[in-house]
Write a new protein. Structure first.
Length: 609
């Protein structure tokens, strides 16, 4: 356990403190105006601490800290560390990788819309995250009907393309920039309109389009005026369906919380120019024992750390901590003043109450379903603890599987389940390096050794150790996995092997297998984890096999060496893309010339035909 005497050496400066357990896992991240005073406040009589905090402190073995120049810097660092490490005792907004975003590819000629799960620093414009995927799809459908932009993935750096325009052009869903039928400046105007639509500024957009329609009519450009008239009519129909909730014609987010027995829902209403343009419900985890203001504070920090748009006002139905610091941080992000308002009366108070009621309704809808699933998962974990005679409930389970074809392209998968749910961001893939031929025993030893060796070396991607290791296979695979753990001094990690034929569980030192009851939740869970490890390994193996086959096909073409093969694959995305490419497109790929392009084109269109 952590020695509180060390706190005397902590600085009385702002910063972030990082609590770790005996396995060197980060279990809590917090910020402080004074690191010494904040950390010291945790080490008092457990009777004076909330149950959750007392439980956390009992597991702390080490506390590290990072000093910052200001409290705002500390807040930003805290948000980023929580997002990256997702500590066990922090209140967590569900991993934003699960939520989709709309991306406008401003980093490409003639941008298009696409749905993605990750935000990158790539000069594109992102909108989201969307917890309600249906609402996101509805927004995209409206955009596609109103604004005729391209949906294809073609490279439009050089136009016109040789091929004919696609069906979307003929049904007036695209203006065929691939053929040079629209200038880049005119296309960019459409993209600016789409951005205004997604920002919720539909009234301003309609006003601007009406001005452009009148200008087009005055210039006798009746075709353009008619197209603008149709866009205006479609947008006005959208505006009719939006509810006016505020007399303030400014951008607002309204945030309210509803709390169930073991679940918290926070609802966000997005008000733009006085009208509700969207709403999103979010479920938070690790909220047991936390006060309402602590939960709301954690949500606001994590939500706006990921947000791509900051409104002028954020209305919250209850008090939060760090209000002035959060306002300063958001001002820095937005580039202008942001007001965080906790209304006590009047119109804004009524708005917050309306959002809170919606949060309660949503929570009632999901609570029963999630509760049933949570109870099944808890039952499965408790049964595993009992049947396997474990000291603790196996909250983090890692499973390994080997996949190969007669020893060729041998790979391994590592899948992770936390609280009986897949944690896909922790999944890992391995190519077997040292084993020749179909030797699953040695392959298993290699991959287990490599995984835990990286953990011991301080690799943060492998930092979290499992409460239970599940090996797909029988006694042989188990024996070699245990050898790897012993060589690394990690023999304390419980390890089991699940044999597929009879679903028998083998443990070290026991000749007789453990047979889980046929209808037990524990058996369903280990089967699900084993099947997921098998699926993940098989998909990796297939992808490598496909790449190998593709490589062998390209190797048959004269004049196409390694550099050109890689360039073709990168440019056209795969064999199908290379097949469909024209002679001119092939010649324009990096490292290619007309002769090499001719060889590739003839190979696919003459030799293989």
């Amino acid at each position: 356990m952590f020695n509180p005497d060390k706190i005397a050496d902590f600085p009385e400066k702002p910063g972030v403190y990082i609590m770790k357990d005996k396995r060197n896992r980060i279990i809590y991240v917090g910020k402080a105006v004074s690191l010494k005073n904040r950390v010291r406040s945790y080490f008092q009589s457990p009777k004076n601490l909330p149950i959750k905090v007392a439980s956390m402190i009992s597991k702390v073995e080490n506390i590290e800290y990072i000093v910052t120049d200001s409290e705002v810097e500390a807040l930003i660092l805290e948000c980023n560390l929580i997002k990256f490490n997702r500590p066990k005792y922090n209140i967590l907004l569900r991993d934003d990788k699960q939520y989709p975003y709309i991306r406008i590819t401003l980093n490409q000629p003639f941008p298009r819309l696409e749905v993605v799960r990750r935000v990158k620093q790539d000069k594109a414009r992102y909108f989201g995250p969307y917890a309600d995927v249906g609402a996101m799809r509805e927004a995209i459908d409206v955009i596609n009907k109103i604004f005729p932009i391209r949906s294809c993935r073609k490279d439009l750096s050089q136009i016109p393309l040789k091929e004919r325009p696609c069906l979307n052009y003929h049904i007036k869903r695209c203006l065929a920039p691939c053929q040079g039928f629209i200038e880049a400046e005119e296309y960019d105007e459409i993209i600016k309109n789409i951005i205004m639509f997604l920002e919720g500024k539909q009234e301003t957009l309609v006003k601007q389009l009406k001005e452009k329609m009148q200008e087009a009519a005055d210039n006798l450009n009746f075709e353009k005026a008619a197209a603008l008239r149709d866009q205006i009519a479609a947008l006005e129909k959208v505006l009719e369906e939006q509810k006016i909730v505020s007399t303030d014609m400014i951008d607002q987010d309204i945030i309210a919380m509803a709390r169930g027995i073991d679940m918290v829902c926070i609802q966000v209403f997005f008000v733009r120019e006085g009208k509700v343009v969207g709403r999103e419900p979010f479920i938070l985890s690790n909220t047991n024992g936390a006060e309402r203001r602590e939960i709301l504070t954690a949500f606001v920090k994590q939500f706006y750390n990921n947000a791509n748009f900051i409104p002028d006002e954020i209305i919250i139905d209850e008090d939060i901590d760090d209000k002035s610091t959060i306002e300063e941080w958001l001002k820095h992000k937005k580039g202008s003043k942001v007001y965080v308002i906790i209304p006590k009366r009047g119109e804004k108070k009524k708005l917050a109450e309306m959002v809170a009621e919606n949060a309660r309704i949503y929570l009632d809808q999901v609570d029963s379903k999630d509760e049933r699933e949570k109870l099944r998962n808890l039952q499965a974990l408790e049964e595993l603890k009992q049947y396997l005679n474990l000291e603790d409930i196996p909250r983090r389970i890692e499973a390994f599987d080997i996949s190969n074809t007669q020893g060729a392209e041998s790979v391994a998968s590592m899948v992770v389940f936390e609280e009986a749910q897949p944690k896909k961001e922790d999944y890992r893939k391995f190519k077997i390096r040292t084993v020749k031929g179909p030797n699953d025993f040695e392959s298993m030893k290699e991959v287990v050794f490599r995984r835990f060796k990286r953990a011991l070396s301080g690799d943060k991607k492998f930092n979290n150790l499992p409460d239970l290791l599940l090996i797909d296979g029988g006694k042989g695979q188990l024996k070699y996995a245990r050898q790897a753990l012993k060589e690394l001094g990690l023999s304390f990690i419980p390890t089991i092997a699940l044999a597929e034929e009879f679903e028998h569980i083998f443990t070290e030192g026991n000749d007789e297998p453990i047979i889980l009851p046929e209808n037990s939740e524990a058996l369903y869970l280990v089967q699900r984890i084993r099947d997921e490890a098998h699926r993940f390994a098989l998909s990796f193996h297939r992808s490598l096999r496909t790449k190998r086959n593709l490589k062998s096909v390209l190797e048959d073409i004269p004049g196409i060496g390694k550099a050109r093969r890689l360039a073709l694959l990168k440019t056209f995305g795969g064999l199908e893309g290379i097949k469909q490419a024209s002679l001119e497109e092939l010649a324009s790929a990096p490292g290619m010339n007309k002769k090499a392009a001719q060889a590739v084109y003839e190979y696919f269109h003459c030799i293989l035909k």
